[in-house]
Design a protein around this ligand. Structure first.
Ligand code: SP5
Ligand code: ZN
Length: 369
């Protein structure tokens, strides 16, 4: 297992509104620090350090192209410039974060030019609410650097997996931070700014000059509303998600969401009630894996959230450290799966002192098959 990490991802550090309190975001740099420390100590895994800031111009150009392909142009510009604009307008101090105050909401208004969505507001104060759906995606001074470095890990992983002659790994773990599965191509939310899974799909397509069948297995505690949204009409990407029922992000993740048009039948949601046990979880995982096998993917992406852990402040399942090994070996035990190049992308998980052990347990199960 090749593990990719970029220290630049640690530069993003912001605040969130949680339970009507403005607090330091639970999605913190320490999450990655403890994981890297723990993996390095175990010396079973090769942690490769990527430094995107000093990468070649070619690599920067490739990433920009992939981001422009997968995300809205005005949105990308917003994430890159909002903090600077707020500081220069005297709205915040340099060490403070941008957060939205008012949000865009769906209306039936059709504009004279035929468009359904109003243009982004000019007022820099109003812009975050046009490009966000909640208040857990603040922007600090160096957020963009970390966001870009995080997405770049997905690109690097895709590069490795699509060039088997140059790279020996057929499983790569990208220690992405910030995570990605809650945002689509034009709205931040749930600590997510760029959808790393979407970027990975675009990178795989780009590097192989083809449109391979790609399965995304999302096992974060929360439904990956952003990833689902992007691929909802796309039959070449199978999206499967197991997540807490009626939990954040609240308005998606229902089993009735089966995909649309050509994408119908390529979206599967497995909501599990609050307090579900690991036995209940495994049942759903096996169901999801049987759909995955039927689809016969050429690539597998796993959106791995460790917030399914029983002590997680944002989760609600009864899953323990040793269960992650069984979870991973259940995925890898499915016929034919070992031959599929696989990319594990880190999503959530917020119990700092258990992130290392839980992830290690997952990796043991992944590799022992
Ligand atoms: C990537 C990721 O895991 N994002 C999750 C963001 C969740 N933010 C809002 C959480 C609201 C949780 N409500 C607390 C319920 C306590 N039982
Ligand atoms: Zn989550």
């Amino acid at each position: 297992m090749l593990v990719l990490h970029d220290p630049t991802t640690l530069l993003h550090e912001t605040v969130e509104l949680l339970g009507a309190k403005l607090i330091p975001a639970l999605e913190s740099p320490d999450r990655i620090k403890v994981i890297v420390e723990s993996l390095t100590k175990s010396d079973k895994h090769q942690v490769e350090y990527i430094n995107f800031k000093s990468a070649s111009q070619d690599y920067h150009a490739t990433l920009s192209r992939l981001l422009e392909q997968s995300h809205d142009h005005g949105y990308l510009e917003h994430i890159q410039t909002a903090h600077k604009n707020w500081v220069s307008n005297g709205l915040i101090k340099e060490d403070e974060s941008v957060l939205p105050e008012c949000f865009i909401f769906p209306t039936k208004i059709k504009l004279a030019n035929g468009e359904l969505k109003p243009k982004p507001p000019k007022d820099v104060f109003a812009r975050p609410g046009y490009y966000s759906f909640d208040m857990s995606s603040g922007l600090c001074k160096d957020s963009w650097l970390a966001i870009e470095a995080s997405a770049n890990l997905a690109v690097e992983a895709a590069r490795t997996l699509t060039k088997p002659s140059e790279a020996p790994a057929n499983s790569v773990l990208a220690l992405c931070r910030p995570p990605g599965h809650h945002c689509n191509s034009y709205m931040t939310g749930g600590y997510c700014y760029l959808n790393n899974a979407v970027v990975a799909v675009d990178a795989i397509r780009d590097f192989t000059s083809s449109n391979p069948r790609i399965a995304i297995l999302d096992i974060d505690f929360h439904h990956g509303n952003g990833t689902q949204d992007v691929f909802y009409s796309d039959p070449s990407v199978l999206y499967l998600s197991i997540h807490g029922e009626d939990e954040y992000p609240y308005y998606s993740g229902f089993k009735e969401e089966i995909g649309l048009g050509a994408g119908e039948g390529f979206n599967f949601n497995y909501p599990l009630p609050t307090g579900s046990t690991f036995a209940q979880y495994l049942e759903k995982l096996k169901e999801a894996m049987s759909e995955l096998v039927k689809f016969a993917p050429e690539y597998l992406l796993v959106s791995l959230g460790i917030d399914t852990f029983h002590l997680d402040p944002l989760g609600n399942f009864q899953i323990e450290t040793e269960d992650y090994e069984v979870m991973a070996s259940t995925i890898r035990g499915v016929k034919g799966i070992l031959d599929i190049p696989s990319l594990i992308l880190l999503e959530g998980g917020y119990v700092l002192d258990r992130l290392g052990p839980n992830l290690t347990s997952f990796l043991v199960g992944w590799e022992n098959k």
